[in-house]
Design a protein around this ligand. Structure first.
Ligand SMILES: *Cc1c(COP(=O)(O)O)cnc(C)c1O
Length: 404
């Protein structure tokens, strides 16, 4: 069982007030909060062993290198990757996706097809559109239904011998839908297409096993898993990472450089040009330790309770409509109330200390599907409580009264 009151003591930010009211933080799908255990690791790094990695013979550099490479191994174990060099440190999900999209430029040609889903974040749409422009490949979209679920029979119909790549998020950031990625991966492999799964929203709630999934690429950001911003990872099967050319040139990623010819370093360094976010990588490892200590089974069970409770309370409000009612979903609730603009409600909630997100959540195609400009999105993590949901409902009712 999860002791939420004890857990909340780990998060200093949860003690602060906003506009004179205790903070209620329901914007976790945009970024999660950071526990003291991770903050301590960051402070320790800059206080005691800040140095550039891999190049130094001196002690600080070796300590920093060891800690950074230990973090890579923690990430490898967490995702059950076969080898640690299949984990590439990046600046986050967006960077990871662009790295892969860029690499595929040299592998695709006119007539090839890429499939994405209707539920994607912009960072999982735009790089593929750019890739299509560069290569002449075409983009196909798996449509969604009214509940916010992908229509799998349409996916089956899109697959053919021209399909080279399939990109889908594990969990939709705008609606919370958990996509059936096992099915999507199996079907894609049947036509020899590679699959990249955007795990930015899944990694806070569950523990993906990349070998069991047999996924080709899996990406996420540390800042949605209780870690710092500016760091994330790309998992890629070794055979794929060897096939892709380097993304950026620079230091760290080379074997030998001369003006006649440069040879590249092996994995993972081939994709890690320049000085990385060393402290961020180490803190990413610490964040996974923290989450694993609480336990992903406990986290999922508790967050599902929050989702059910929040959904039930919200649906009691007249005129409120929830977007995203998939059978399989996580603790993200997107909604609107009548014709009130989401932004107006969000602004009033902020005056009452409550942080929610309003707008299109970087997923305009989903908003277009529902013919709405945006939604209000409340997203819960394991440090939120039912009492906070109660206070949120009271504040929301006040906002609705003021605006109607
Ligand atoms: C947040 C998010 C991203 C982008 O992550 P960054 O950390 O901003 O790069 C991509 N996809 C999904 C589903 C997300 O939730």
């Amino acid at each position: 069982m999860l002791d939420v009151q004890k857990i909340r003591k780990d998060f200093p930010i949860l003690n602060r007030t906003v506009n004179g009211k205790p903070l209620i933080y329901f914007d976790n799908a945009a970024t999660s909060q950071t526990p003291q255990q991770v903050i301590d690791v960051i402070v320790d790094y800059y206080s005691n062993y800040n140095a550039n990695i891999h190049r130094g013979v001196h002690s600080l550099s070796q300590e920093a290198t060891d800690a950074y490479e230990q973090a890579r191994i923690k990430i490898q174990k967490h995702f059950n990757a076969k080898q640690s060099h299949e984990i590439i440190f990046t600046s986050g999900t967006t960077h990871s996706i662009n790295l892969v999209a860029n690499g595929f430029s040299s592998l695709l040609k006119k007539g090839d097809e890429i499939i994405v889903s209707a539920l994607e974040h912009h960072s999982n749409i735009v790089p593929w559109q750019m890739l299509c422009e560069r290569t002449g490949a075409s983009l196909k979209v798996i449509p969604m239904n009214e509940n916010g679920e992908l229509i799998l029979s349409d996916y089956d119909a899109l697959l053919n011998e021209h399909t080279k790549l399939v990109f889908v998020n594990h969990i939709s950031n705008a609606l919370g839908t958990i996509n059936p990625i096992e099915y999507i991966i199996e079907k894609a492999h049947a036509v020899d297409a590679a699959v990249l799964v955007d795990g930015a929203q899944s990694c806070p709630h569950l523990k993906p096993d990349v070998q069991a999934l047999d996924v080709d690429f899996y990406v996420c950001s540390a800042h949605k898993i209780c870690g710092p911003t500016g760091v994330g990872m790309l998992y890629g099967k070794e055979e794929w990472l060897n096939k892709l050319p380097p993304y950026q040139g620079g230091g760290e990623m080379i074997a030998e450089v001369s003006f006649a010819k440069t040879t590249y370093a092996g994995l993972p360094h081939k994709f890690e040009a320049g000085t990385p976010n060393i402290c961020g990588g180490i803190a990413f490892g610490a964040a996974l330790d923290y989450m694993n200590h609480i336990g992903f089974k406990n986290i999922a069970k508790y967050e599902n309770e929050l989702l059910d409770y929040g959904t039930e309370q919200l649906l009691k409000i007249e005129g409120l409509k929830i977007y995203g009612t998939a059978k399989e979903k996580t603790s993200v609730i997107s909604f609107n109330v009548g014709t009130i603009h989401p932004y107006d409600i969000g602004t009033i909630l902020d005056k009452m200390g409550i942080a929610v997100r309003t707008g299109h959540h970087c997923a305009q195609p989903i908003m277009d599907f529902y013919k709405i400009p945006g939604t209000i999105r409340a997203s819960f993590m394991f440090y939120n409580t039912k009492e906070e949901i109660d206070a949120f409902i009271v504040a929301l009712k006040k906002a609705i009264m003021m605006l109607s």
